[in-house]
Design a protein around this ligand. Structure first.
Ligand SMILES: Cc1cc2nc3c(=O)[nH]c(=O)nc-3n(C[C@H](O)[C@H](O)[C@H](O)COP(=O)(O)OP(=O)(O)OC[C@H]3O[C@@H](n4cnc5c(N)ncnc54)[C@H](O)[C@@H]3O)c2cc1C
Length: 396
């Protein structure tokens, strides 16, 4: 894929910030587990937050492929930084840009361009892969909706202001209308409380947490209603998630690219048996395989980012996004693991970056649609069959 001169220059700017500032902060962010507000400011100053927001709302109207180029460069140095770029350009913010009212779009644009990373709240303790079985309720009372329920594994819990919350919608007679999206601002919306921070294996500066909603009142202007209404609204809202999937796959690929760079430098400088370890063919073939997998991942992600789903969708094609995320996240786990092997004992040390990368990269076959659920999606499209996973729901 040929990048435009503007994209090459965007990529170079991102690489400079990544290598000059972000790389030095990565180990400390991991050690302290603190959200890096200084990095947020640096990303903001470079215009890397809200790049995909339309120009008329103060953004740059950039494409998902542009965002992917920046995410890759950040992930070479620091996974948390790369995820901030994902979530200020894709996912919740792009759903709001596509389906929001003028007022909602302005509000979201203002918050993100000022440094907020929106949170997307879908997963519940009893509803993970089977997201549509969520139990959080939004009940219509007068002109507003009242939300009650609990979400967990919400990225940005306790640091994000803007929340896009998914809930089952009921009208005043108690009739269920479908699943809808509701916007709430932490601090302003009473009834939205962060109840727990999850102690995670990696990605330590990015809080994952549990949220509870207790009689959380959502006024009519904060209901995110896609064009197809509540009945098919969940499908529309989840369609926006295809951008986030491409972003997540890119973070994994960027970590792998960074790990390969470390491994190459180490293979040239570390000597055993009186010669650089990179002179051993056993490692040369490992490095060649790592590079091959990386190139394939990059091409799939760029193609997915540059694609559009059916029926004029503003989001990447679901099938290409799923394939790219599966391939890149699984390849990245293998590449980082091999890079760690090339470092020998030092790969296992907290004094070197490989162990952090190995912990961070492990997430990407899980969050944002597991590798198994994405395979179900691809198989369903391949076969042309609906593949409901409930015991009684198998239909062609
Ligand atoms: C770091 C991180 C960040 C996250 N951020 C967010 C966020 O911001 N917002 C949010 O809403 N959620 C978030 N999540 C939650 C994430 O989307 C869920 O973890 C994911 O959807 C899987 O749900 P689960 O963990 O409950 O696993 P389960 O659904 O319990 O699945 C367990 C295992 O069974 C497999 N499985 C389940 N069903 C099937 C099937 N039908 N066929 C084959 N295999 C199957 C799964 O692939 C998995 O391997 C995050 C998760 C992580 C780890």
């Amino acid at each position: 894929m040929r990048l435009t001169p503007d994209q090459v220059s965007l990529q170079a700017r991102a690489a400079t910030l990544s290598e000059r500032l972000v790389r030095q902060r990565a180990a400390e962010i991991d050690r302290t587990g603190e959200y890096p507000w200084d990095i947020v400011e640096a990303l903001k100053a470079e215009g890397f937050l809200g790049m995909t927001i339309p120009k008329e709302l103060g953004g740059q109207g950039r494409s998902f492929l542009d965002a992917v180029l920046v995410i890759e460069q950040m992930a070479r140095s620091c996974t948390v930084t790369a995820r901030i770029v994902v979530e200020t350009n894709m996912g919740a913010i792009s759903a709001i840009m596509a389906y929001g009212t003028e007022k909602q779009r302005r509000l979201a644009a203002e918050l993100v361009l000022d440094g907020d990373k929106p949170a997307i709240c879908i997963t519940e303790p009893g509803a993970g892969s089977d997201a549509a079985s969520m139990t959080t309720r939004a009940e219509k009372r007068g002109d507003r909706y009242v939300l009650n329920g609990r979400k967990h594994w919400i990225t940005g819990a306790g640091v994000s202001c803007l929340h896009l919350i998914f809930a089952r919608v009921f009208d005043e007679r108690g009739e269920e209308l479908g699943i809808g999206g509701f916007l709430a601002i932490r601090g302003e919306a009473e009834g939205l409380v962060v109840t727990r921070r999850e102690p995670t294996m990696g990605l330590c500066g990015m809080p994952e947490g549990e949220l509870t909603f207790t009689d959380l009142e959502i006024p009519p202007e904060m209901v995110l209603l896609p064009p197809s209404g509540f009945r098919r609204g969940f499908a529309d809202l989840m369609n926006a998630y295809n951008s986030q999937r491409v972003g997540a796959g890119t973070v994994a690929m960027g970590i792998a690219a960074g790990a390969l760079e470390h491994a190459l430098a180490w293979a040239k400088s570390r000597e055993q048996f009186g010669r650089p370890i990179g002179e051993f063919q056993g490692l040369q073939w490992m490095l060649a395989d790592m590079q091959t997998q990386l190139t394939a991942s990059r091409l799939m992600l760029y193609a997915a980012a540059d694609s559009h789903g059916p029926n004029g969708s503003p989001f990447p094609d679901p099938n290409l996004a799923a394939q790219a995320k599966i391939f890149a996240s699984e390849a990245a786990i293998k590449i980082v693991n091999d890079a760690l092997q090339i470092f020998g004992a030092r790969g296992y040390s907290r004094g070197f970056p490989l162990e952090r990368m190995a912990r961070d990269v492990r997430m990407f076959t899980i969050g944002g649609g597991t590798a198994q659920i994405l395979r179900n999606l691809i198989a369903s499209r391949l076969l042309g069959w609906k593949l409901p996973q409930t015991r009684d729901g198998y239909l062609r």
